[in-house]
Design a protein around this ligand. Structure first.
Ligand code: E4P
Length: 218
């Protein structure tokens, strides 16, 4: 499974990329606003830190504007993925970008029907937002199961399932069990994935016992 981080915070990206476990980055207009920085500048900087796919979202709502913005974003670096909303114009733009060899991430997916349309439009990634569905009392992980099942029934569809709006390590684990290709996680969730109280407790005990030996490896 690929791990992306869902943030436009350069400090978080630098710190987590240094673990060698970050395959890519996703951003959205809200994350850019939260960063307080210029969109183009921050995206360019992210592409210089992480060599994998970096999703940068268009903000036009109609096809022509999406094409102009997406082309500008794609020209920033080879690893840019143009992020497009799941609307008729967004999917039309997706089809055009795909025909031009530009990678796309279709975002704001909340149903299997939408995911099917995005795959037909040739999206590189589909982003189902599972946490926002859970927030409404709906089954976010159930949507991932449906999409994985549908896509695997049609091997000619190459769209990858990018689990988005992730709220916990359990979301990632359950999505991985279903065979989702990628998860984009907030920095806090990636940090939480490293943690287990028994790891900390065990390490403390090992270090205390090692100190008693008075030895050193080097
Ligand atoms: C995905 O690409 C989105 O940026 C993101 O996962 C949205 O998550 P949220 O529901 O926590 O805002």
């Amino acid at each position: 499974m690929e791990f992306f981080i869902d943030t436009a915070d350069i400090n978080d990206i630098r710190e987590l990329a240094a673990t060698g476990l970050v395959d890519g980055v996703t951003t959205n207009p809200s994350l850019i606003a939260k960063s307080g920085r210029q969109f183009i500048e921050v995206i360019k900087e992210i592409t210089e830190i992480v060599s994998g796919p970096i999703s940068a979202e268009v903000t036009s709502l109609e096809y022509d504007g999406m094409m102009a913005e997406g082309r500008k974003l794609a020209a920033l670096a080879d690893n840019i993925v143009v992020k497009l909303p799941l609307t008729p114009d967004g999917l039309k733009a997706c089809k055009t970008f795909t025909s031009e060899g530009i990678a796309t991430n279709v975002t704001l997916c909340f149903s299997a029907a939408q995911a099917l349309l995005a795959a037909k439009a040739g999206a590189t990634y589909i982003s189902p937002f599972i946490g926002r569905l859970d927030d409404l009392g709906q089954d976010g992980l159930g949507l991932i199961a449906d999409i994985v099942e549908i896509y695997s029934a049609y091997p000619e569809l190459s769209t990858k399932v990018l689990v988005a709006s992730v709220r916990s390590p359990l979301h990632v684990v359950e999505a991985a069990k279903m065979g989702a290709d990628t998860a984009t996680v907030p920095p806090s969730v990636l940090r939480a994935m490293f943690k287990h109280p028994l790891t900390d407790k065990g390490l403390d005990a090992f270090m205390a016992d090692w100190a008693k030996t008075g030895q050193s490896i080097l």
